[in-house]
Write a protein that binds this ligand. Structure first.
Ligand code: TRP
Length: 467
């Protein structure tokens, strides 16, 4: 290596270390695992996965989703964490730093901005749904669901949606909590809320599955979830499965890159990413196993849409002993699971604003909060005042959801894998990944270079009828 490129490398390295020092790091690998799992596990697993599985016909969709997690989600998750740790910046900054190191175009960092914007847009509707969960907390503790019939539960959910004032109130509470946690900074805000909540949620879900297993519809639910009927699979369902793999692992939105940027050197990226993906998938499948027996046992419609969780679970809580308490706790945990996701949706934008424009964390947080709040009104009104105002037959909420999950994330993800696999060079990537097993590195490297991008392209070609 020539003298000048040696000193350029040394400068880059010194810059990274300085940034790592200034920005703070997770205190241990375990904390990173909790934070990344906290980001991944959320409404996506417990609210969204069951309802889109219901809408897309069950088993075959679940199989596609698992395939997407394995072939696309996990390799990309590893790549994103690697980019963050190597760049030690906000997503756009990290991508620019890596591009510089590899002598690639600076324009790759545009992907980092798209990612940050995606996360921001998701947050605007995610906070509204988390608000629904929050609204259910007092309702359950207050015993409003005791002995409720399936029809009454549906009606009650519908009545809640019809009232924009309440939805705005609860959505605002969620946003405010998110802004407060993020505004206080990474260490103080994030780590504390993570340590005990994830395990708690997991235990409650297991309990719910056990309850569902002995109630009526368990066998039908297992059959629905795990016996694939490919005749029910459409090109759009495959895209939904792909989009959800991105959504549930918090990919292509800056979250995992940002969290990776606080990851200490020397932690195994591969192993940690794998653990996150396993935990995330397990929670989604458990949520399905808790909800679908209730759907079938109570004669409800599996494809009824976003209300599925909110209609079914309260019926079970209304029947079981101590249901008020268990149900109330469940929704408390769900809100917290949602909050650990909302903070990861906001963090990239804040990291970008503070590092790029040198604004203070507080100012950046307040500015983002104002914009988010206005956007969130659009999602709230989609369920009542504006439910008739549609574009391409979709409400504002639907449009944002589909735009981010089915388009921005898969296409952004495609950009990121192309960046890692083709714009960077193998030596740099191998060094940044620091995988112990050379064989595993090869496997991952070829997944990233060929398999992952081809799978994403295939899903889109399939959609436009070319495959
Ligand atoms: N993965 C979270 C969930 O399943 C949601 C989430 C957090 C997210 N950060 C994200 C989704 C970034 C997309 C992008 O609930």
């Amino acid at each position: 290596m020539s003298q000048s490129s040696l000193s350029a490398t040394a400068t880059l390295e010194a810059g990274r270390q300085a940034r790592a020092g200034q920005r703070g790091l997770w205190s241990s690998r375990w904390v990173f695992f909790l934070a990344a799992t906290g980001s991944a596990v959320g409404l996506g697993n417990i609210w969204k996965f069951p309802y889109i599985t219901g809408e897309n016909g069950g088993g075959a969709f679940v199989l596609m989703y698992l395939g997407c997690i394995l072939l696309i989600g996990i390799p990309l998750l590893m790549a994103e964490v690697m980019i963050g740790r190597r760049g030690r910046h906000n997503p756009a900054g990290s991508m620019a730093a890596l591009a510089r190191e590899a002598g690639a175009s600076r324009h790759w960092r545009t992907l980092g901005w798209v990612a940050g914007l995606t996360g921001f847009l998701i947050l605007s509707f995610y906070s509204v749904i988390a608000g629904w969960a929050l609204a259910y907390v007092p309702a359950l503790f207050g015993g409003q669901f005791t002995g409720i019939t399936p029809q009454a539960s549906e009606a009650r959910f519908g009545a809640m949606l019809a009232e924009p004032g309440m939805l705005v109130l609860y959505g605002t509470l969620i946003l405010t909590a998110t802004l407060a946690i993020v505004g206080l900074g990474v260490r103080r805000g994030l780590e504390q809320s993570l340590r005990f909540m994830m395990p708690g949620l997991f235990v409650l879900l297991l309990g719910l599955v056990a309850y569902s297993a002995v109630s009526g519809g368990f066998l039908r639910a297992v059959e629905f979830l795990f016996v694939p009927d490919f005749s029910k699979l459409t090109a759009t369902s495959v895209l939904v499965a792909l989009g959800h793999a991105f959504f549930t692992l918090s990919l292509a939105s800056g979250a995992m890159m940002t969290y990776g940027s606080y990851l200490p050197e020397g932690t195994s990226i591969a192993r940690t990413a794998l653990m996150v993906a396993v935990a995330d998938t397990t929670v989604a499948l458990l949520a399905g196993l808790a909800i679908f027996p209730l759907v079938f046992g109570n004669g409800l419609e599996p494809g009824s849409g976003p209300g599925l969780l909110f209609v079914t679970l309260p019926i079970a809580f209304g029947q079981m002993p101590l249901g008020m308490l268990v149900g109330g706790l469940f929704f408390v945990m769900l809100v917290i699971a949602a909050l650990t996701s909302t903070i990861s949706l906001l963090e990239p934008a804040i990291a970008w604003l503070t590092e790029r424009y040198r604004t203070t964390r507080i100012k950046a947080t307040l500015g983002c909060g104002a914009v988010l709040w206005v956007l969130s009104l659009g999602s709230v009104f989609s369920f009542n005042l504006w439910s008739e105002h549609t574009l391409f037959g979709r409400t504002f909420f639907d449009l944002l959801d589909k735009l981010t999950t089915n388009w921005l994330m898969p296409l952004g993800g495609l950009g990121i894998v192309l960046f890692v696999g083709w714009a960077l060079n193998e030596r740099l990537v191998r060094e940044a990944m620091a995988m112990r097993s050379p064989v595993m590195f090869r496997v991952w490297w070829w997944l990233i270079r060929l398999v992952t991008p081809l799978c994403i392209v295939a899903v889109f070609l399939n959609l436009v009828g070319l495959l």
